[in-house]
Design a protein around this ligand. Structure first.
Ligand code: HEM
Length: 530
């Protein structure tokens, strides 16, 4: 050792780059993961090598190490601050954090800073502000007139927008990215019930809609903020460069678009046209405008409230539902037996409008039990919100035994929770809608701390029923008429984002309209009629 040490030091002084490269090589390519499958937590840099190497497949990587660890594992912070993260897919931890100790796990200031673009909206709010917004949103979203208007405007959009668009694509044999189609569709559907206006994002020429493009950019930057060292984020903010610059630009577009939609609605209300628009005046913005006294704000403050509220609802409705639909349609291409059962159920309980018994008021959707089970199964494996993070206001110990506090946060992997053998059994990675059905063919209830796609506890999703109704309506409009085929070689994987979109979309696939399903397929990426 006496000989080796001076030799090593001499080598380090003379060839620092070589030594640094060697160290990096050892770190990055030798032991990102320990032999037991768990990521190595190195001194100072924490699990950075493992994170770097697995960044492209983060959700599957987390699932692998959580399986190996027994549902929870502590990742040491590489972000330049002494923060560790306990990553968990343990239902007991979820129940503890989201329900039993809800008050001790607020969204908090750091969450609000990370998601500053959401302003004071419901996703970012805590305490009284959150409670008020939740009460209000809950009342509006469950209002019977609102629900009936959403059902009617959705049916119209599917009949006059989606179906002709898909038929046109099918007839022309053009390529289509189904994910793009669903994002456009849910953007329009959500804007209709939030602003009372159809922005026409879903159109045959696939127009560029600045509002929708700005939302895409914002989501990308938000994910980037999760995986970038804090000091570098600060430099970007200070110099107004990189992702910070992109965010600034997107925010300006977003704010301008929302301001325009709000003033349009105000003008129409002032002109006595309050009942116009795609929702016949039953949209959420009209309702919020009418309750200014209850909100207790005026002038610019009320405008900011409207901007934050409507934007939060747009985020809530657009991306989650489009992500869910994309994964669902892809899963059906892999499970034709499930598709066939859904088609049988649709024929029996949801005949097309115009056919005998084919009147659709929305209530019939409740009879589609197997479809409900299949959608739940898809959401279990591909939850649109793949992870949630939480910080404890006061030090706490989780049921799994780990301490949480100022220097240790919690990340719940919703994606991994659906894939844990300990939670769902040996067939946890299989797509099996039957797991959601009782022997009598009714829907089986799964505890929400186990099926977390819609969140758990007091902050449970307020749009769950609406989302199921919209997804069922889309499936009923598309499935009997079109058949989607996926190229065997297509690589389908999640994009790195706060929403579980598909990385390369579903554009390598083919869509066929019923009449031509048979043998007229020209190439894997064609569209045709069944
Ligand atoms: C498949 C579709 C959907 C899924 C998987 C989903 C999932 C979720 C999740 C995971 C949260 C918790 C987010 C968080 O606190 O970080 C949430 C909250 C929320 N969702 Fe949904 N959502 C869906 C559709 C919708 C729709 C269509 C609406 C209608 C506007 C909606 C409205 C909301 C609202 C208002 C909240 C905030 C609740 C609160 O913080 O108290 N969601 N949703």
């Amino acid at each position: 050792m006496e000989v080796l040490l001076p030799w090593l030091l001499g080598f380090l002084v003379r060839y620092p780059e070589l030594m640094l490269s060697l160290a990096c090589f050892l770190l990055l390519f030798y032991r990102f993961n320990r032999r037991d499958g768990l990521p190595t937590n190195w001194p100072v840099i924490g699990a950075l090598p493992a994170i770097t190497v697995n960044a492209g497949r983060v959700h599957d990587w987390v699932t692998e190490f959580l399986s190996a660890a027994g549902l929870s594992y502590v990742i040491k912070g590489p972000w330049g601050s002494p923060v560790d993260v306990i990553v968990t897919a343990d239902p007991a931890n979820v129940a503890h954090v989201f329900t039993a100790n809800f008050a001790n796990y607020p969204k908090g200031k750091e969450f609000a800073a990370l998601f500053d673009v959401l302003g004071g909206g419901i996703f970012n709010a805590d305490g009284e502000s959150w409670a008020f917004q939740r009460r209000k949103a809950h009342a509006l979203l469950s209002d019977a007139r609102f629900r009936a208007s959403v059902a009617a405007s959705t049916a119209r959009k599917l009949r006059d927008g989606l179906a002709p668009l898909l038929a046109g694509v099918a007839a022309s044999g053009a390529l289509v990215d189904l994910q793009d189609v669903f994002v456009r569709l849910t953007f329009d559907l959500t804007a209709m019930f939030v602003f009372g206006v159809d922005p026409g994002c879903l159109a045959p020429d696939f127009p560029s809609v600045p509002f929708a493009d700005a939302m895409d950019t914002i989501e990308e930057v938000l994910f980037y903020r999760h995986v970038t060292p804090v000091p570098w984020l600060r430099v970007q903010k200070y110099l107004k460069i990189g992702h910070n610059k992109r965010m600034g630009k997107a925010r300006r577009v977003l704010d301008a678009s929302i301001a325009e939609l709000i003033s349009l609605r105000r003008e129409r209300a002032a002109a006595g046209d309050g009942e116009d628009g795609d929702m016949g005046g039953a949209d959420l913005l009209t309702s919020y405008l009418a309750c200014q006294d209850e909100v207790g704000k005026s002038g610019a403050e009320f405008d900011r409230f409207l901007r934050d509220t409507t934007f939060n609802l747009m985020v809530a409705g657009r991306d989650t539902t489009s992500s869910a639909l994309t994964w669902f349609f892809w899963l059906l291409t892999k499970h034709r037996d499930v598709e066939a059962r859904i088609l049988d159920e649709l024929r029996a309980h949801y005949p097309p409008p115009g056919a005998a018994g084919g009147h659709h008021g929305g209530g019939e959707l409740k009879r589609l039990v197997y479809l409900h089970a299949a959608l739940s199964e898809s959401l279990r494996l591909y939850p649109p919100v793949p992870f949630e993070h939480k910080a404890a206001a006061r030090e706490d110990t989780l049921p799994s035994g780990e301490r949480v506090g100022p220097t240790r946060r919690v990340i719940v992997s919703l994606y991994s929770m659906g894939r844990m053998e300990a939670v769902w059994g040996k067939d946890c990675t299989e797509f099996r809608p039957e797991r959601w059905l009782t022997a009598a063919g009714r829907l089986r209830h799964e505890p929400s701390c186990k099926f977390v796609a819609f969140n758990v506890g007091p902050r449970t999703c307020l749009g769950r029923d609406l989302a199921f109704a919209q997804m069922k309506a889309v499936v009923a409009a598309v499935l009997p008429r079109f058949r989607v085929e996926v190229d065997a070689g297509a690589v389908v994987r999640p994009k790195l984002s706060i929403i579980l979109h598909m990385k390369d979309g579903l554009k390598e696939d083919g869509l066929y309209e019923s009449k031509a399903t048979s043998k007229t397929r020209k190439s894997h990426s064609n569209c045709g009629q069944q």
